[in-house]
Structure formats: C-alpha cells, structure tokens
Design a protein around this ligand. Structure first.
Ligand code: NAD
Ligand code: UFG
Length: 327
C-alpha cells in the first residue's frame, strides 16, 4: 500500500504545494480543510474532505476511513496583526483546533505529527542567526499559539508516545516552479506578493513599514524561504518519522537575511518593473532582523534549499501577478 498523509489546511498556500510534492513522491495526500482561507481549486492531488479541525469526531471518522501514516498540520489562522486584535480567534483555532487534532490522533492510534510552526516563537531574538536553543519568547498571540502547540506535542510525546517534527518556517514565499499553484491570501499582507501587486500596477504602491531600523539600509531583514523548499522539508520530515527518527523542532530558513530594499531591487532586476513605494511608520510587533541558523534541519532532515535565492523566488511568483520575468 502507498503511504498516505492527512493534510489539514491542504487547500492553503503551503499545504497545497506540499500536497502536490507528496503525490509526486508516491505519498497520497488526504486534504482536510474548512476553506476559510484556502481554495478548493488548489486541492488536486488526492481526496478532499471539507471539515473543521475543531470537529474531533469528523477527524476521527476521516482518520478511520483513510488510515493515514501521519498528519501534517497546516490548518491555522496566520495573520500576526489580526492575532493582536482578536486573540480569541487565534487561541481557538490554533490551540483548541490543534488539541482537537492530537486528541483525534490519540484516540485512533495515529502517531506521527508534522506541524507548521513559525520563527514567531522566538519573538525578538537576542542574537543572530537564530538557532533552536535561543529562548522562545513570542511577542504576539499568533507566535504564542505556535509555541503552546509545540509544548503540547512534547507532552503528548512523553505521555502517549506521539511522535512529531515541528517545522519553524521563516518567511514563506515564491510559487510552484511548474506554475500550477501560487500564493493567494485574501487579504494579502506579505511583502513579496504586495510588492509584485504594486509592480504590476494592481495597487498604487507598496507601503514600506519603517526605514529607520538599525539595519544597513534602515528596512527590516528577513530570511525568505521558497515554498517548494518548505514542501520538500515536509516530505523529509515524513521520511524521518517513518524511519523512527527522534522528535524534533527545527528552523526552516536559508541562513541569509535580506532587507526590504534588497527584495525590491531583485523584483526590479527580474521583472524590469520598478516597485512604487511610500514610507510608512513601523508596523507594531515587527522585529528588525530575523534569519535562521539552518544547520539543525540540514543535519537531521538533509534539508537543503534549492529554490530560495531571491531571483528564483521572484521568477516563480511573478506570473501570478501578471508579470513576466526577464529571459
Ligand atoms: P493559508 O491561510 O494559506 O492556509 C491555511 C489553511 O488552513 C487554509 O486552507 C484554511 O482554509 C485552513 N484552515 C484554517 N483553519 C481551519 C480549521 N479550523 N479547520 C480546517 N481548516 C482550516 O496559510 P499558509 O501561509 O499556507 O500557512 C500554513 C501554515 O503555516 C499555518 O499554520 C501558518 O501559521 C504556518 N506558517 C506560515 C508562514 C508563512 O510565511 N506563510 C510562516 C510560518 C508559519
Ligand atoms: N512589509 C512592508 N510592507 C508590506 C508588507 C510587509 O514593509 O506591505 C514588511 C514587514 O514590515 C516586514 C517584512 O516586510 O518587515 C516582511 O513582512 P511579511 O508580512 O511578509 O512577513 P513577516 O516577517 O511579518 O511574517 C512572517 C510570517 C509569519 C511569521 C512571522 C514571524 O508570515 O507567519 O514571519 O515574524 F509569524
């Protein structure tokens, strides 16, 4: 029998790219999604069940029906700003939803969990690059919900033998190199899609949230990791657990940080379009600089980014915004 994975949130941005890669690796993805931010049209590589992770009995039914070897848990609310304004939504969806999922796992004997965590668990790091041993001190409810579930996974592992890999993504970006899937959030708040919308003239300009940070050009620095590389890491995490590997919480980044102005320069060079910008005040809760020490993922999962140079990121994302990349 081919291996099978339950993919909560598999109609979303990172989940759909991962489902496609799983299928191409001979692993059947069963997508479970309530379509709040995901798209039905992005579910094309296996069965789809419309359901909510808060619904434990529906999850149990699906797990009993499909008997997956693991679950990859993407389903969550993922807007940092909204989490500050409406923490109830975040604790409910990201903590109660995740609890419902691992309780369904416990009741059905499904032991392997791969979880979408975030670099937001570190808050404002005291040193760079960020390695996994740094203090976990999230500065917003979103990051706190991710850390709470990491703790829950560790406790369920100790008490019930659950096995897990928590993947702390840095800044997910880019689109399917075959052009079948892209980034499509409503509203779209992430830097690269907004910059491409501005370059394409679909929004009047990109607002740069602060150019007075203590960084070389005054704009924030982030570690941009291509969604195809993230998808690969999930397959590697699945293999790791299937081989009996240890429970892990690892960073997924490139180890390199780029400023907003670096990103805009590459968009201009790659598409030939200037990104019109307006300087705005800082966005509350933005750490000045975040980039990963990516060595643990390399050592434990053989994680090696292949698509995460800025040019490839822009080249794959640009067509979704009506822009052509230069030859
Ligand atoms: P997304 O919004 O595109 O995908 C989330 C999916 O989960 C959507 O399809 C949505 O419909 C589904 N969903 C939400 N709540 C649900 C529920 N209660 N029941 C069933 N389905 C539900 O987001 P994304 O950017 O693909 O992020 C996926 C995961 O990765 C999230 O857990 C997010 O927190 C995490 N993450 C994302 C980034 C990033 O840069 N995009 C960075 C770090 C971590
Ligand atoms: N930015 C702008 N203008 C925009 C959008 C973003 O200047 O229109 C800036 C932000 O202020 C930030 C950088 O571009 O300095 C990147 O912002 P994103 O919103 O693209 O990404 P974040 O770094 O805020 O968020 C990402 C993930 C979250 C995760 C967070 C951890 O999307 O899931 O990193 O800090 F929690």
């Amino acid at each position: 029998d081919a291996p099978r994975v339950l993919v909560t949130g598999g109609a979303g941005y990172i989940g759909s790219h991962t489902a496609k890669l799983l299928r191409s690796e001979g692993i059947e993805p069963v997508v479970y999604d309530n379509l709040t931010t995901g798209n039905r049209s992005s579910v094309r590589w296996g069965p789809f069940v419309e359901g909510d992770v808060l619904d434990t009995s529906c999850l149990i039914e699906v797990i009993e029906k499909y008997a997956p070897d693991a679950v990859i848990h993407f389903a969550a609310s993922a807007y940092v700003g909204e989490s500050v304004e409406n923490p109830a939504k975040y604790y409910n969806n990201n903590v109660c939803g995740a609890l419902s999922l691992i309780d369904a796992c416990r009741q059905t004997g499904l032991q392997n969990v791969i979880f979408s965590s975030s670099c937001a668990v570190y808050g404002v790091p005291s040193v760079l690059p960020i390695d996994e041993t740094l203090p976990k001190a999230p500065i917003n409810p979103y990051g706190k919900t991710k850390l709470i579930f990491e703790h829950m996974l560790a406790d369920y592992a100790a008490a019930y033998g659950l096995r897990y890999v928590a993947l702390r993504y840095f800044n997910a970006c880019g689109a399917d190199p075959d052009g079948e899937l892209g980034e499509w959030h409503v509203p779209e708040t992430h830097l690269i899609p907004r910059a491409l919308l501005a370059a394409a003239g679909r929004i009047p300009h990109l607002e740069i949230f602060g150019d007075d940070y203590d960084t070389p050009d005054g704009t924030c620095i982030r570690d941009y990791i291509h969604v195809a590389d993230l998808a690969r890491a999930h397959v590697q995490a699945f293999t790791h657990l299937a081989k009996g590997g240890a429970n892990l919480a690892v960073n997924l980044g490139t180890g390199r940080g780029f400023s907003i102005r670096d990103v805009l320069r590459v968009i201009q060079e790659t598409t030939g379009r200037e990104v019109p910008v307006v300087i705005h005040p800082r966005r509350p809760g933005d750490p000045p600089s975040l980039y990963a020490d990516a060595s643990l993922a390399r050592e434990t999962l053989c994680f090696q980014p292949r698509y995460s140079d800025l040019e490839t990121i822009v080249r794959t994302a640009a067509p979704f915004f009506g822009l052509e990349a230069r030859a």
